[in-house]
Ligand binder design. Sequence first.
Ligand code: NAD
Ligand code: MG
Length: 341
Amino acid sequence: MATLYYEKDADPSLIGNRKVAIIGYGSQGHAHALNLAESGVDVRVGLRNGSESRNKAEEAGLRVRSVAEATSEADVVMILLPDTEQAAVYEEEIAPHLNPGDAILFAHGFNIRFGLIQPPSEVDVAMVAPKGPGHLVRRTYTEGGGVPSLVAVAADPSGKAHELALSYAHAIGATRAGVLDTTFAEETETDLFGEQVVLCGGLTALVQAGYETLVGAGYQPESAYFECLHELKLIVDLMYEQGISGMRFSISDTAEYGDLTRGPRVINQAVRREMGRILEEIRDGSFAEEWVAENASGRTRFTDLRQAGLDHPIETVGAELRSMMPFVTAGKQKIQDVSGG
Ligand code: NAD
Ligand code: MG
């Protein structure tokens, strides 16, 4: 079994004796900055000039500086900008102000794993990656809990990078829930694979293909929606609470026999081979290269694909059915509020 770190395994004084800059005040940034401040850490927030977040951060009692000033003042710099923006901001406003002995931290390994950011050799490079959205990092902390997190070290000239990362994890509440060692490569590659193949890409394509198959065969779109999308949550909740076998215990024998005999025909050898190819594109850097190029060229393909998803008939029928189930949409406004960055 892997080692998990808890409260007693971290030394809060390590981060307590440093000056921390949180760069960005979005989902993760606001949570890290506020949790660190309430844990007694000397923290400032680095934002671009004219940032809409400036007022929010100042109203919350935080000191706001430019990215360059925050980096100069601090000796630990946590970069919580969107992954596609980090390299440019790093080059212009962070790198020139790093000193030997400083540490830079990330909450996702993308830029280090794919070499988009190459920190100087005398700076510690570590990751503290909460396994949950920023609003939960904040809310659980205020409630006395925390979000489980991963830590990793990419460069350790001080010999203390791991202890520093654990101390930072302690200050944001993560050691209350459990902190696990990983590497920049493992965190980045498994995160991208999970979202592409299972959690987002695989799941949405499966739901749409099931819906299209039923509607194409002449069944009512409403039946297809309930069957292929709405019920998914009930099944996923059972898997989340009790694992796959626990879910199977709750469904009928007919459903279970269909699951066991037909599931492997849907996710067949061809699909598994494709999963392997997708993993290879992640590991050899070609996915990262494609995504960086897509951003550099104005995101036209991304925007078109997003629009095609919005135009899919399952969205129209779904919106109508959900409007009749206010209990389903009750949490919707909250989700939009926190995802705005
Ligand atoms: P976000 O989009 O919510 O916030 C980014 C912040 O950066 C915003 O305040 C935005 O105004 C600011 N910003 C954008 N471009 C900028 C620029 N050019 N210069 C200065 N500021 C700029 O981002 P996030 O979701 O908090 O992600 C931050 C990091 O945390 C990423 O590395 C991400 O992978 C990681 N992460 C996110 C989550 C999550 O649930 N959101 C979970 C774990 C890790
Ligand atoms: Mg400095």
